[in-house]
Design a protein around this ligand. Structure first.
Ligand code: XMP
Length: 529
C-alpha cells in the first residue's frame, strides 16, 4: 500500500519466523500496540532486511535446537542494524549462541506455567514486574541458556531457566525464554508494547482509522475511475472489502451475491439488510448488489456426485461459471476485488518451502482472475482477521455480521454428507437455524468459534407421539479454536444440547435423531467433509 497523508507503514518491526506455532500471534500483539510489522522466514537475505528497514526486530521461537550445527541461525546483519532486537525462546537461544554464550539441553523440559523472578532492573521488563517481583509466564522449551554472551546481564530467572531473560543494554539486544505473546504470560502484552513503542520508538500509527484512510487512498490510486467487481459471500472478509470499497470508490463497485442453494437460512436477506442500513449500519452507503439465484444450476450440477472433493470442485467451478457470466454483463470491468488476508499471504509463502499440506482443497475464487483477465484489488492483504473485524466495525458494519462464525465456500454442500438434495438442504437449514438461535439465546454463540449442523442421510428409528418415525439424523458440531488449524470440541452444557435436540426433532419433520460430535481436530477436521 502506498502512503497518503502519513505513511502508516514507515515505522515497522521485522519478525523473523523460526517455525514457532506462535509467530503470527507475536505479529498480532505488535499490531495491537499500534505498530505495523511483517513476518519473514529466518533465512531472509541481508539485502531484503536492509530494504525492509525495520525499527526493531523480533526473533520468534521454533521447534529446533541450536545445540545442533545445521539448525536455523539469525542472519548476522540483524546484529549490525543498530536497532533493538528481541529474541523469544529459540530466538533468545540462537542470539545467545551466535554472540558467544552457551546453550545446553535442559535436564527438565519446561512446558506450561512457570514463575520468573526479577534479577536486575530492566527497561524491557519494568512493566512486567510493575506490581510484583515474581510473575507467571508461559514456557515451552527443551534447551536453555547456560552462559550469557559478553555484554549481557541476567534480568530474570526461573527454576529451570537461570537465564529466563537477558539483555545487553548497550546494544539493545533482549532475550526472553518465556512467551510474552500468549495470554498466559502476565503482562506479556505490556512487554511487547514496551519493546515496540518505547525501545524501538514507534509512534502507534497503526490504528483502525488510519488503516481505513490508507486503504481508501491506495484503492483509489490503484483503480482510478475503473469499475470493480466483488464476489460478496456474507462472510466477514468479503463484507469488509465491500464496505471499504463502497467508501473508496462508491458507484464504481458492483457486488455479485450468488445464491447457490447451499446457504444458511435467510443468508441472502441478512447480507442485503446489512448493507442497506436496515440492521442499523446507518453510515454505510447502499451498495450495488446483484443477487443471482443459481440454486437450480448448482443442484443440477451436483446431481449424482457424492465424493467430498468432487463436490467441492463442482461447486467451485459452477461458482466461477455463474460469476463470470454475471461479471460479463457489467460492461468495462477491469478489476476483481478479493478478501485475501495476511495469513493467506504468509501461508502461501510458507508453502513454497513445502510446509503447507493440503487436507482439503478449500474453495475460493482464486481461479477467477486468470480466466477472466481481471486485475486484482486486495485491500485486506496486510491484515489479520482481528484487524479486519476492527476496521469492519469502524466502517459501520453491524457487529452481528462482523462476529459471525466462518462459513465454508462450498456451504451446506459439505455439510450434507454424500449426495446433495434440495430437500436435505431445506431440512439442514432449519436445523442449523435452531442450533444457532439457541446458542445466541443462551449467550454461547460468542464462546464457541464455530457451530453448525450436519445432515447425515442415514435412517434411524424414532417414535413421536404414538407414531413410528424412520428418518434421517442431524449431527451438531461446535468447536473452540484460535486458528482453525487445531480445535477442541466445545463442552456445551447437556441441558442446552437437550433443548436443541428436542426442538430439532419436534419442529422438523424428516429428522428422527440428533447426535453431538465429540471429535477434536486433529484427528478429525472441523467440517465433516
Ligand atoms: P476443516 O474442516 O479443514 O476446516 O478443519 C477448517 C476451517 O475452514 C473452513 N473450511 C472451508 N472454508 N472453503 C472455505 O472457504 C472450504 O472448502 C472449506 N472447508 C473448510 C471450515 O468451516 C473451518 O472454519
Amino acid at each position: 500500500m502506498q502512503g497518503t497523508l502519513r505513511d502508516i507503514h514507515a515505522q515497522r518491526l521485522l519478525i523473523l519466523d523460526f517455525g514457532s506455532q506462535y509467530t503470527q500471534l507475536i505479529a498480532r500483539r505488535v499490531r495491537e500496540c499500534g505498530v505495523y510489522c511483517e513476518i519473514y522466514p529466518f533465512d531472509i537475505t541481508a539485502a531484503e532486511i536492509a530494504e525492509f528497514g525495520p525499527a526493531g526486530v523480533i526473533l520468534s521461537g521454533g521447534p529446533e535446537t541450536v545445540t545442533e550445527g545445521t539448525t536455523p541461525r539469525i542472519p548476522e546483519s540483524i546484529f549490525e542494524l543498530g536497532v533493538p532486537v528481541l529474541g523469544i525462546c529459540y530466538g533468545l537461544q540462537a542470539m545467545a549462541a551466535q554472540l558467544g554464550g552457551e546453550v545446553v539441553a535442559s535436564e527438565l523440559r519446561e512446558f506450561g506455567h512457570a514463575q520468573i523472578r526479577s534479577e536486575a532492573t530492566s527497561n524491557l521488563l519494568a512493566p512486567v514486574f510493575a506490581n510484583a517481583n515474581a510473575v507467571d509466564v508461559w514456557m515451552s522449551h527443551g534447551d536453555k541458556v547456560a552462559a550469557m554472551p559478553a555484554g549481557f546481564v541476567c534480568t530474570a530467572s526461573s527454576d529451570n531457566a537461570p537465564y529466563a531473560a537477558i539483555e545487553d543494554p548497550q546494544r539493545q539486544f533482549f532475550g526472553v525464554q518465556f512467551h510474552p505473546e500468549v495470554t498466559h504470560t502476565d503482562n506479556g502484552e505490556a512487554l511487547i508494547r514496551r519493546f515496540a513503542r518505547e525501545l524501538c520508538g514507534c509512534q502507534g500509527e497503526w490504528t483502525a482509522a488510519n488503516i481505513v484512510d490508507d486503504a481508501i487512498a491506495s484503492v483509489r490510486a490503484q483503480v482510478g475511475t475503473d469499475k470493480v467487481v466483488l464476489g460478496l459471500s456474507g462472510g466477514v472478509d468479503s463484507s469488509v472489502v465491500a464496505a471499504l470499497l463502497a467508501r473508496a470508490i462508491g458507484e464504481q463497485l458492483t457486488c455479485i451475491f450468488v445464491d447457490n442453494g447451499l446457504l444458511r437460512k435467510n443468508e441472502s436477506e441478512e447480507v442485503r439488510a446489512a448493507f442497506s442500513g436496515a440492521m442499523g449500519a446507518g453510515s454505510l452507503a447502499e451498495l450495488n448488489i446483484v443477487t443471482v439465484n443459481a440454486q437450480e444450476e448448482f443442484l443440477s450440477q451436483l446431481t449424482g456426485i457424492d465424493d467430498p472433493e468432487a463436490k467441492r470442485k463442482v461447486i467451485g467451478a459452477t461458482f466461477i461459471d455463474v460469476f463470470e457470466r454475471e461479471a460479463k454483463k457489467l460492461r468495462d470491468v477491469n478489476w476483481l476485488a478479493q478478501g485475501t488476508i495476511y495469513p493467506d499471504v504468509i501461508e502461501s509463502a510458507a508453502s513454497k518451502y513445502g510446509k503447507a499440506h493440503v487436507i482439503k482443497s478449500h474453495h475460493n475464487v482464486g481461479g477467477l482472475p486468470e480466466r477472466m483477465t481481471l486485475k486484482l484489488v486486495e485491500p485486506l492483504r496486510e491484515l489479520f482477521k482481528d484487524e479486519v473485524r476492527k476496521i469492519g466495525l469502524h466502517l459501520g458494519l453491524p457487529p452481528s455480521l462482523i462476529h459471525r462464525h466462518p462459513f465454508p465456500g462450498p456451504g451446506l454442500g459439505v455439510r450434507i454428507l454424500g449426495a446433495v438434495k434440495h430437500s436435505y438442504a431445506d431440512v439442514l437449514r432449519e436445523a442449523d437455524a435452531i442450533f444457532i438461535q439457541e446458542l445466541r439465546a443462551a449467550g454461547l454463540y460468542d464462546q464457541v468459534s464455530q457451530a453448525f449442523a450436519v445432515y447425515l442421510p442415514v435412517k434411524s428409528v424414532g417414535v413421536v407421539g404414538d407414531a413410528r418415525r424412520y428418518e434421517h439424523v442431524i449431527a451438531l458440531r461446535a468447536v473452540e479454536t484460535i486458528d482453525f488449524m487445531t480445535a477442541r470440541w466445545a463442552h456445551l452444557p447437556y441441558d442446552f444440547i437437550e433443548c436443541v435436540s428436542n426442538r430439532i426433532i419436534n419442529e422438523i419433520s424428516g429428522v428422527s435423531r440428533v447426535v453431538y460430535d465429540v471429535s477434536s481436530k486433529p484427528p478429525a477436521t472441523i467440517e465433516w467433509e
